[in-house]
Design a protein around this ligand. Structure first.
Ligand SMILES: Nc1ncnc2c1ncn2[C@@H]1O[C@H](COP(=O)(O)OP(=O)(O)OP(=O)(O)O)[C@@H](O)[C@H]1O
Ligand SMILES: [Mg+2]
Length: 498
């Protein structure tokens, strides 16, 4: 067990800093958020695009900060400890690992990256660890968990300081396993540096976030850093989807470096394979799972082929961690995945209701295609677009909904400070182009009720946009609103009239 370090000169050595002056000791924490700084905190001053952390140096000093980490020389009149480093974000990651006693070395940490499927795969990994009798922790877009204790998520991949603090608590609470999503942006911002990933998983790479990364090559390169040791230490095992062309490239690059790679596929020879896949809205998904440790017939409550990929990824990680196939089968057959990701609203009617987080045109297209593959009935889609956010996606989302639905019901998402009807009118332009039947009901509850009232045998009602969210933001007010609850109300109301 590694000791926590509180000695500033040891921390300075560990992060390769040049130490000027001295300040109050011991060091108990490190942060780049001046609001979190208190007595004993090292404050990392980061010069960001919109804000320069150096503005807060005096303020955190007055509050008893143990010192400042910065890429610059200390100002002439500065009194206290100043640690000059090459890269402040990397220093934040390394200092937080050292101060917290490197908690990622004390459990099996799995990092999951890719454009889609990170959250679901993280939930599945958590379930497989639990089924194997290992107390798990996880960090996801939806929530953070240590064992059964749940906490709201601040962001998909927290700052390294938050992750190390979280993992410290997980280790102290006897967790032997943790899974976390590693978004490409977070990797790029050094949030995953100096974490020891036993296993890194690559789910897929499709066009997204190019506003941030510029090209697919640089988007891929950001993700690759999780695998090839550029974050500090390379993972012991890399788990890669080879039905994705970028996955094949990743395997070639990693094998050329002599790293251990384990592959999965639904279409070709690989270490982990799913065959005889059968997807049903009612019965979930069944398939024959083939692994180097043997075969198992799996029946999962998750619906859709994309989720079979997520199950293969989680299984590969679990086998590599030494979990036995009985535990894996049990975990896969009971895990309901992440809330709001193609989540079925339970009902005993002859149509299905699904809630999905899709809030971009691409995600909506994937979700509606999955729904279309599952039924010969109609697709009835309820959706809207958020206010005060990217307006350019409104017409494309309308178009996608129109092209891939039999009935589109345009409603409000989180209108925020915009006029809900103005957002709806923009979406309507896209739907109208497709000639598909549509209705406008700006009240989301009315829209969901209407969709359920329209549904007949074999239809699928897709309620898109909010997924796991349990609120709606109208103006500056946040109201409780949960698509799944409202769908249940709608089902109960229409049941009386059937
Ligand atoms: N393996 C997969 N391949 C393609 N699409 C998927 C896959 N898994 C889930 N999806 C779909 O992608 C969307 C996002 O799923 P999920 O939340 O698990 O991924 P994510 O990578 O965590 O996304 P985000 O970056 O939004 O947090 C959902 O609409 C889901 O239906
Ligand atoms: Mg996610």
């Amino acid at each position: 067990m590694q000791e926590k370090t509180t000695d500033i000169s040891k921390i300075s050595d560990a992060i390769g800093a040049q130490l000027f002056g001295h300040g109050p000791e011991p060091v108990i924490d490190v942060t780049h958020d001046s609001r979190q700084a208190r007595e004993g905190t090292l404050f990392v001053a980061i010069k960001g695009l919109t804000m320069d952390g150096h503005r807060f140096v005096d303020d955190v000093g007055r509050r008893g900060a143990a010192g400042i980490i910065s890429e610059y020389d200390p100002p002439d009149n500065f009194k206290g400890a100043w640690l000059k480093v090459e890269d402040a974000r990397e220093a934040l990651a390394k200092a937080s690992a050292v101060i917290n006693g490197n908690p990622s070395h004390q459990l099996d940490l799995v990092g999951i990256t890719g454009t889609n499927g990170k959250t679901t795969t993280t939930y599945l990994c958590y379930a497989l660890a639990e089924a194997a009798g290992v107390k798990p922790a996880m960090l996801t877009t939806v929530e953070y968990r240590i064992g059964d204790k749940r906490e709201p998520a601040i962001r998909t991949t927290p700052e390294a300081s938050d992750t190390n603090r979280f993992l410290r608590r997980a280790v102290d609470d006897c967790c032997g396993f943790a899974a976390m999503e590693a978004s490409s942006q977070a990797i790029d911002l050094h949030r995953c540096d100096w974490l020891r990933f036993k296993i890194a998983v690559f789910t897929n790479l499709t066009q997204d976030h190019l506003d941030y990364h510029g090209t697919m090559e640089s988007y891929f390169d950001a993700k690759k850093k999780l695998f090839d040791g550029r974050l500090g230490e390379a993972p012991s095992v890399c788990v890669v989807n080879i039905d994705d062309e970028w996955g094949i490239k990743l395997v070639d690059d990693l094998r050329a470096r002599g790293q251990r790679v384990v592959t999965y596929s639904q279409r070709q020879t690989a270490d982990f394979i799913a065959e005889e896949i059968n997807v049903s809205l009612i019965r979930g998904t069944s398939f024959l799972l083939r692994t180097p440790k043997g075969e198992r017939q799996i029946t999962s409550p998750l619906v859709g082929r994309p989720h079979v990929y997520n199950m293969l990824a989680a299984t590969a990680a679990a086998v590599e961690l030494g979990y036995d196939l009985e535990a894996i089968e049990k975990g896969l057959s009971t895990c309901v995945g992440a809330p709001g990701r193609f989540e079925r609203v339970p009902n005993d009617r002859d149509f299905a209701v699904v809630v999905d987080y899709a809030h971009t045109d691409d995600a909506l297209l994937n979700t509606l295609k999955t729904a279309r593959d599952l039924t010969d009935g109609r697709i009835i889609t309820v959706f809207g677009c958020g206010g005060d956010r990217d307006k350019t996606k409104r017409i494309p989302m309308g178009r996608v909904a129109g092209e891939n639905s039999d009935v589109a019901i345009i409603t409000s998402d989180n209108p925020r400070t915009e006029n809900p009807m103005e957002i709806i009118r923009e979406i309507e332009v896209g739907v109208k182009e497709t000639g598909t039947r549509y209705e406008i009901l700006s009240d989301r509850r009315d829209a969901i009720f209407k969709a359920i009232a329209l549904a007949r045998q074999g239809d699928v009602v897709v309620i898109a946009g909010k997924g796991h969210e349990n609120y709606q933001v109208v103006g500056n007010d946040k109201f409780h609103f949960d698509d799944r609850e409202v769908a249940q109300e709608g089902l109960a109301r229409t049941a009386e009239t059937v």
